[in-house]
Design a protein around this ligand. Sequence first.
Ligand code: PBG
Length: 330
Amino acid sequence: MAFPETRLRRLRQTPGIRRMVRETTLSVDDVILPFFVREGISQPHPIASLEGHAQWPARAVVEEAKAVADLGIPAVLLFGVPDRKDAVASSAYAADAVVCRAVEGIKQARPELTVVTDVCLCAYTDHGHCGVVRQGPRGAPIVDNDSSLELIVKQAVAHARAGADVVAPSDMMDGRVGAIRTGLDHAGLTDVAIMAYSAKHASAFYGPFRDAAGSAPQFGDRTAYQMDPANGREALREIELDVEEGADIVMVKPALAYLDVIRMAAETFAVPLAAYNVSGEYAMVKAAAARGWVDEKRAAMEILTAIRRAGAKLIITYWAKDVVRWLSAR
Ligand code: PBG
């Protein structure tokens, strides 16, 4: 039956009916809030490129995490901003690493808040790359895969020993998930889960984050390890390998320009799927909203709902606290 008998507008007539037939929902249970913990500061430093976010001293982040837990947000994702950087990212896996201190404080104050830590060397290396740099066969420096793994495993184990519930490797080295799983298991940390940044693309949308974490590469770019934004089928291979290596949760990143990849991943794999609504996606809306060009709440909820509609269960988003407020105001 077609028009005029069929009228799809019938089910759009009232808020009640629209609610009943709504196909996708966004819940506070779906969001993870990123946090930046900075060594050597005593007051929070607001991040200009990520309005509403700050670099927190390890002590203050505990207070902030309590507030987040009280809002009902299930998890935070911690990034460290160290004082000292060197060629081998020493501050990434030191027992007193800034992330470890924050994890300890948060888990003590709010054991029920799930603490996820970003595992990557880029904020800790003086060259800003996600692994160890050495001279390549063609004379130019390269990021060495296998020697990076060792350091990444040390970092993941340090975070887990400090009490992290989940470690999230974002470096895109081959074999890191398997190496981390083995490292954790050998350390007796068999219950610590791995959320792998499996399909992480070399994206322009990480710009504001690199200001926040001080992690911009000092030469070249990340295209020799992060994925080509043009590739979706390869994303499935990355995810497949991570699942085989023991990833408990897999991720597609960024989210907004990669909804097709999220959809394919959701249809192909049964592991829980996360998507990272990255800094540039947030900053774009914030900048347009500041000029009155879009309504922030509507734009953000539309984006986050679309990421859920594409098939992601979890969304890492800088809007996590706003989402709680917006959902309760409905
Ligand atoms: C570290 C890392 C990055 C992000 C998460 N982990 C930056 C990068 O790869 O350069 C980006 C997050 C965001 O933009 O919000 N490797």
